[in-house]
Every structure is written in structure tokens, then in C-alpha cells.
Write a protein that binds this ligand. Structure first.
Ligand code: FES
Ligand code: FES
Length: 214
């Protein structure tokens, strides 16, 4: 049986029309006039972004929805940074951005124009390991190694936070510089999960570096 025209509109078409009319009805008249015409369905919004990664500037034309993690792994082929959960829950994707540790799966690359990003590949080299990398090797702070790049970047950022006096949830006194006790270490590294359960060796490695660096 032939259907009348109004019944042949696709579900996707209906959703787009509905979303467009809802957005339009919530805008005041002036704002509507200033609004850019909607992008043609199917076109990808892109932006040019320059990020310094491990001391080298990279200019990329990216889909604006690209996470920093995917930028590192898929566009720059720096696969040392791992994708575990992709939801900010495991810490495998931890990198340093302008010295601060962040979950790179939770942030868009376009938010970091001009930033300095350090990944595990930029911390040290196989011939000259960063002290935290050397300590992880010495204390066997891994089994499968999947969480290790994130653990190491996070530990480096964490020690810097302690040095700068940033308190944690378990710091008893917010007015004094925190000391990296076992409780502080556990709390501050709690965003980095290890499914192999190498926690005691990880803690030993970090404690050794902290003893030198803090
Ligand atoms: Fe980013 Fe798990 S992959 S927190
Ligand atoms: Fe395997 Fe941590 S060493 S997940």
C-alpha cells in the first residue's frame, strides 16, 4: 500500500526538525538573528589547534569533538597514553598539561590551544629514564603495564602538587604543607586504578621518589 507523503519522513528527519524548533523557540529574537545558520547535516565542525607535545609544536585540523586522548593516540600516534574506560574513571589516560595531571579522555583538544602537554614518551627516554620511571622499574610497579604510563604521569603531577602545598581530601591541616603519608599517597593516587593490583609496589616506587623530591 502506498503511504501518504507525511508518513514517509524518516525518524532522523523528525528528530532534527524537533531539536531545531525547540532551540529556536528558546531564543529571544535578537539572539536568533545573530545565530549562525545551522551546519549542513553531515558536515563535521573542525578547528585548527596548536599544541606543544613533549617539546614539539603540532598544528592540527581537528573535529572539535576530538578528545586530547584521541588526539595523542590517533593523530600524533603517541600510544603510550592508554585508553582504559574513556569515562574519567581509571586514570590510564593521565598526562600532564602545563604541569598539571589531567585525564586526557575528559577534555577536548581544542580547549588546549598553546598548552604544553607531556606524555609518558616525553618524561624520559629508554637510555635516560625519568626518576619516577626508574623507580617503577626498580620496584616492579606493574604487571601488564597498561595502567603504568598513567600511574607514572599521575605520580609526577601528584608530587608537584604536594610540593606546591595543594591539600587533599585527607589533609588534616589546610594551612600547612602536606606531608606525603601513606594515607595521602593512597588518596592522591586513588584516581589511577591498577587491575593487576600492583599497588604496594607502585606505592614503594612513588615513596622512594618522594623521599628524594619532596
Ligand atoms: Fe581516561 Fe579511563 S581512559 S580515565
Ligand atoms: Fe596491569 Fe596496572 S599493571 S593494570
Amino acid at each position: 500500500m502506498t503511504q501518504p507523503d507525511f508518513l514517509t519522513v524518516s525518524r532522523r528527519g523528525l528528530l532534527i526538525a524537533g531539536a531545531a524548533s525547540a532551540a529556536a523557540s528558546s531564543l529571544p529574537g535578537d539572539a536568533m538573528a545573530a545565530t549562525e545558520p545551522p551546519a549542513t547535516p553531515g558536515t563535521v565542525p573542525t578547528a585548527r589547534v596548536t599544541i606543544d607535545v613533549n617539546g614539539k609544536a603540532h598544528t592540527l585540523n581537528l573535529d572539535t569533538r576530538t578528545t586530547l586522548l584521541d588526539t595523542l593516540r590517533e593523530h600524533l600516534h603517541l600510544t603510550g597514553t592508554k585508553k582504559g574506560c574513556d569515562h574519567g574513571q581509571c586514570g590510564a589516560c593521565t598526562v600532564l598539561v602545563d604541569g598539571q595531571r589531567i585525564n586526557s579522555c575528559l577534555t577536548l583538544a581544542v580547549m588546549h590551544e598553546g598548552a604544553k602537554v607531556t606524555t609518558i614518551e616525553g618524561l624520559g627516554t629508554p637510555r635516560q629514564l625519568h626518576p619516577m620511571q626508574a623507580a617503577f622499574v626498580k620496584h616492579d610497579g606493574y604487571q601488564c603495564g597498561y595502567c603504568t604510563p598513567g600511574q607514572i604521569c599521575s605520580a609526577v603531577g601528584m608530587l608537584d602538587e604536594v610540593r606546591r602545598g595543594v591539600p587533599s581530601h585527607v589533609s588534616a591541616d589546610l594551612n600547612t604543607r602536606p606531608v606525603l603519608s601513606a594515607d595521602e599517597l593512597r588518596e592522591r593516587m586513588s584516581g589511577n586504578l591498577c587491575r593487576c593490583g600492583a599497588y604496594s609496589n607502585i606505592a614503594e616506587a612513588i615513596t622512594e621518589v618522594a623521599g628524594v623530591a619532596t
